[in-house]
Design a protein around this ligand. Sequence first.
Ligand code: ZN
Length: 234
Amino acid sequence: MMNPDGALVLFSGGQDSTACLAWALTNFTHVETIGFDYGQRHRVELDVRHDVRASLANLSPDWAARLKDDHMVGLASLGEVSNTSLTRDVEFAMGKEGLPNTFVPGRNLIFLTFAAAVAYRRGLKHIVTGVCETDFSGYPDCRDDTMKAMQLALNLGMERRFVIHTPLMWIDKAATWALAKELGGNALVDITRTQTHTCYLGDREHLQDWGFGCGTCPACELRRDGYVRWCAGA
Ligand code: ZN
């Protein structure tokens, strides 16, 4: 059963949010996307968003009909207030709190608040995000409890009945590749592999088996590990 209410997908152009967009196109008749520019070093992912959207629409007439507006929100102030290796030219490292220095404090809380504001204005009930506890990078704003609290806060604060969906919450990176295959076949696996972007350093020069990337940053390691495990089990 397709859901007649509209959905807004937090779509960065990375592997996870591409799986989420495919999931939303499978489950909702009206799907919009939102992206955020906060001065991230891997800004190349913002450039690939349009291509990935177009490629997904090309996979099926149904998906093409369901895929609607894209919204891009500038959040330069988020980069200004967070001293992190995602927005500053510093090496990746683990911080004292046990969190990697890629952690932008409260990033997903801010993203979801802006997404809800857009969903409110556009009359969309469902908000879809690719946060995940399983391949836990230690980001507390990716936890299931954080999402449940956020849904309650947004609904109270905006007098709405938003539903936050997290299709990747309990699956690992290998299962995210499997989900792409399930939703869009080998064509979606290929789009994910060659068009989506994950590398923290924004490397689009080196096409590895699992996609473009430097191959050594934490995001590349996670993506490669998932791909290798999926291939071994698929
Ligand atoms: Zn990388």
